[in-house]
Design a protein around this ligand. Sequence first.
Ligand SMILES: [Zn+2]
Length: 102
Amino acid sequence: MDYDSKERGYRITETNGVLGLYLSCLSCKRTVVMLWADVVKTWGVGTWTRDIARSLTCTACGERMGSIMAWSDNRPSSERSGGPPESGYPLIGPLVAQKRLV
Ligand SMILES: [Zn+2]
């Protein structure tokens, strides 16, 4: 879901089986992961995913070309380590700032 998408996406719900969101910058390609609980806390239930993408500002390059993608883990629970599916990437960190919607 990109900031300039024609679709509104879907609305944030308390739980939807998704572990979190990948937050990416379409300009410099920085990507971070945000856990779902933090997504709900930051934007709140009922927020459209496109609005989340539009609210992002990249802390690396300053562009506002956000893109988000659901982060789900389809592996058997025995193979999960609690981290992202791809080992070590992307990093969880303050690479993309979340601007609160008003
Ligand atoms: Zn950037």
